[in-house]
Design a protein around this ligand. Structure first.
Ligand SMILES: *Cc1c(COP(=O)(O)O)cnc(C)c1O
Length: 408
């Protein structure tokens, strides 16, 4: 008899998107002529920009010639890409991060999921509520959660983010070892300010905690005063790791390229109190379990930083932000309270008083033929909210917005 990892039995079913799909399919079956529009899409819809495609074609030709063919690449990514990332995403913004602190990977999802392996099985985990479900589920698999009671795990420290605290996570009252922060946030669409992040960095240093900072939506930040990186915050290199991705910023969801930044000075400790560099541990982990991102893909990612690539990807993101603006305006015209949508591709609606997020989902589908995502699916504090995304085409977003504005 082969025993399983019993932690997997603690996982809560991936009920959210399955249930959304089930209810949508049932509606379409009952109303075959209805034009249902999804504002629930968590994937991009615009293609890769020409600068990226050209670079990948060129790299593809190189791979087909003996003189320029490449086999296994470096575990941490090619120097050309790590240098481009350090120069454009950090040094150009006066953030002191060097190329050798950057680890190129096949996704922020895998990085953020894998990183917890470096920490003790007893580490206490704090996370925002509501939030991207990967942080929680991977810690459940690793046995750090305890059991789930009434929708929350007994050992997880939940940091509620609701309209009452302007969606900013408050410092925990108890000790935490690992803190997951996602900014701009999926699903609330809120980005943390410098002052808010500084409180967390100071707290983490004082408590010898590590912040795992997910900034997959960094490129959607347009407000001048909002930080794009946690390393813009004083002291962060002593306590934080940052995860970024080309997925939402350059349409790489199907192409796969991301990176994480692990400062050399970030330390964690063994039982006797000796310090160990997280950088070295992560390199050891990656070189054991990961064989790198395809050369062709890394050349594509490098092209995002060319002047053409920058202009072209910015235009794509501007398009999504315009969709977000259109949805936000329509929600307000309908008399709904809406958040986010300004420095993020997510609009976070407050459901009208007394209506749960699933009831609101049904109402939107029945009355407007619009699909979104019930907030309760992202955590208990997401109850009473509803997520809409800016990733559909401008045409369908306009039609959806007209319907939404007419909701009364
Ligand atoms: C989409 C998303 C990711 C996943 O990025 P990949 O690089 O495609 O794996 C990571 N974090 C958040 C918050 C996301 O919404």
């Amino acid at each position: 008899m082969t025993l399983l990892n019993e932690n997997y039995l603690n996982l809560q079913g991936s009920y959210l998107f399955a249930e959304v799909a089930r209810r949508t399919a049932a509606f379409k079956k009952a109303h075959p002529d209805a034009q249902v529009i999804s504002l629930g899409i968590g994937d991009v819809s615009r293609p890769l920009v020409p600068a990226v495609v050209d670079a990948m074609k060129k790299a593809c030709d190189e791979m087909g010639r003996a003189e320029t063919f490449r086999g296994y690449g470096p575990y941490e990514g090619y120097d050309f890409l790590r240098s481009a990332i350090a120069a454009h995403d950090y040094q150009a913004r006066n953030v002191d991060i060097s190329a050798d602190e950057i680890f190129v990977s096949d996704g922020a999802k895998s990085d953020v999921a894998n990183f917890q392996e470096l920490f003790s099985a007893d580490a206490r985990v704090a996370l925002q509520d509501p939030v991207y479900p990967v942080y929680l589920d991977t810690n459940v698999m690793a046995g750090r959660s305890g059991v789930c009671k009434n929708g929350q795990f007994e050992k997880i420290i939940y940091l509620p983010c609701t309209a009452e605290n302007n969606f900013a996570p408050q410092l925990p009252k108890e000790h935490a070892d690992l803190i997951y922060l996602c900014s701009p946030n999926n699903p609330t669409g809120k980005a943390m300010t410098r002052a808010q992040l500084q409180l967390w960095v100071d707290w983490a240093i004082e408590n010898k905690a590590v912040i795992l900072f997910d900034s997959a939506y960094e490129a959607f930040i347009r407000a001048e005063d909002l930080p794009h990186s946690i390393f813009e915050i004083l002291g962060a290199k002593k306590c934080a790791v940052e995860f970024r991705s080309f997925s939402k910023t350059a349409g790489f969801t199907g192409t796969r390229c991301a990176y994480c930044v692990v400062p050399r000075e970030l330390m964690i400790y063994d039982k006797t109190g000796n310090a160990h560099a997280v950088h070295d541990l992560w390199l050891r982990r990656q070189s054991t379990k990961f064989n790198g991102v395809p050369y062709i893909v890394q050349r594509g990612a490098e092209a995002v930083f060319s002047s053409q690539g920058q202009a072209q990807t910015r235009e794509v993101i501007d398009g999504y932000l315009e969709n977000a603006r259109v949805i936000l305006q329509a929600a307000q015209a309908a008399g709904l309270t809406a958040y986010g949508g300004e420095n993020a591709p997510y609009i976070w609606l407050k459901t009208p008083a007394g209506i749960t997020s699933w009831e609101f989902f049904d109402m939107m589908l029945d009355r407007l033929q619009l699909v979104g995502t019930p907030g309760a699916g992202f955590g208990l504090s997401g109850e009473g909210y509803f997520r809409m995304t800016a990733f559909n085409t401008p045409e369908l977003t306009q039609i959806a917005a007209r319907r939404l504005a007419g909701l009364k």
